[in-house]
Design a binder for this molecule. Structure first.
Ligand code: THU
Length: 133
């Protein structure tokens, strides 16, 4: 998917963010190998720890839609600094593709490109469970 197209979808999607406590809306889009995609926004809760980030909602939405082979995450928060995925989201994304590409847009629509394996080296994965006692 072209970056400009992804950004347009993210800008429409971010309206749906439920963030009355932080007022920090985030939108995410996961793109699959064949061009299919799923979106997510952050959804907060009065019990703050139950908040779920946009990236995880997009990732789970992708799975619920029956898609596989996610190749890229597009992330948008209208902030001056680039907003990177939190540690918990990196781990969840890594379950489905540790080599996923990550494109982050800021408020000015500049972007930065990362590889998930650089943001989360040495992730815990299914292989680690094989050595269980
Ligand atoms: N948040 C995300 O949705 N994704 C990120 O990458 C960083 C943080 C959300 C969680 C919470 O609703 C708000 O942003 C402030 O932390």
């Amino acid at each position: 998917m072209r970056k400009i197209e992804a950004l347009q979808i993210l800008k429409n999607t971010i309206e749906k963010a439920y963030c009355p406590y932080s007022n920090f809306p985030v939108a995410a889009l996961i793109e699959g190998k064949n061009g299919e995609y799923a979106i997510g926004v952050n959804v907060e809760n009065a019990s703050f720890g139950l908040t779920v980030c946009a990236e995880r909602i997009a990732m789970f939405n992708f799975i619920v839609n029956g898609f596989s082979n996610p190749i890229r995450l597009f992330l948008y928060a209208p902030t001056e600094e680039f907003t990177p995925p939190c540690g918990a989201c990196r781990q969840v994304l890594s379950e489905f593709n540790p080599e996923m590409e990550i494109v982050i847009f800021d408020k000015e629509e500049n972007f930065k490109l990362y590889k998930l394996s650089n943001l989360l080296p040495q992730s815990f994965n299914g292989e680690n469970l094989k050595g269980k006692p």
